[in-house]
Design a protein around this ligand. Structure first.
Ligand SMILES: [Zn+2]
Length: 156
């Protein structure tokens, strides 16, 4: 009888602990989703922080409505992921509600077999002319803040 009571008490304590840690589990799952390579990953976060630093420097306190950034194809940046990452890192700053437009800049492919030079957005490219794999890919690694638009300052 006593041992059964102890067992019940132990079960009750375990339940309380589990219920109590549910928000932590939820937070853990959120963080795990955030780091999911299929979604927004650390790659975009790192780049978004770099972009934010430049945006804040230029904005100097003005409320940012939108930004346009150019990323070389080699950065393999996805617009939606970048916008999400930017919104996350920019929270609480003058760029918090900025819309993010991404322009992907192609790399240059030079074929050592047939001599073709062409732009490519595929960094694992084969030559589009001779299908050779002896290609050099150059460029496509730039990262530029192209433009910023600001929210209108309320009159008065
Ligand atoms: Zn070729």
């Amino acid at each position: 009888m006593v041992s059964r009571l102890i067992t019940l008490a132990v079960i009750a304590v375990v339940l309380v602990v589990v219920i109590d840690s549910l928000p932590d589990i939820k937070r853990y799952l959120e963080i795990r989703d955030m780091l999911d390579p299929e979604g927004v990953d650390l790659h975009e976060y790192g780049l978004a922080e770099g972009v934010l630093a430049t945006v804040r420097q230029r904005a100097a306190g003005r409320k940012v409505a939108g930004i346009q950034v150019r990323f070389g194809v080699r950065h393999a940046v996805d617009e939606e992921s970048m916008a999400q990452a930017f919104t996350f890192v920019a929270e609480g700053t003058e760029a918090a509600s900025a819309a993010v437009t991404l322009v992907t800049v192609p790399a240059t492919l030079a074929c050592r077999d047939c001599g073709l030079t062409a732009e490519t957005t595929d960094v694992l490219a084969v030559c589009p002319a001779c299908a050779g794999e002896n290609v050099d890919i150059t460029g496509g690694d730039e990262m530029t803040l192209e433009s910023i638009t600001y929210q209108p300052v309320p009159a008065g």
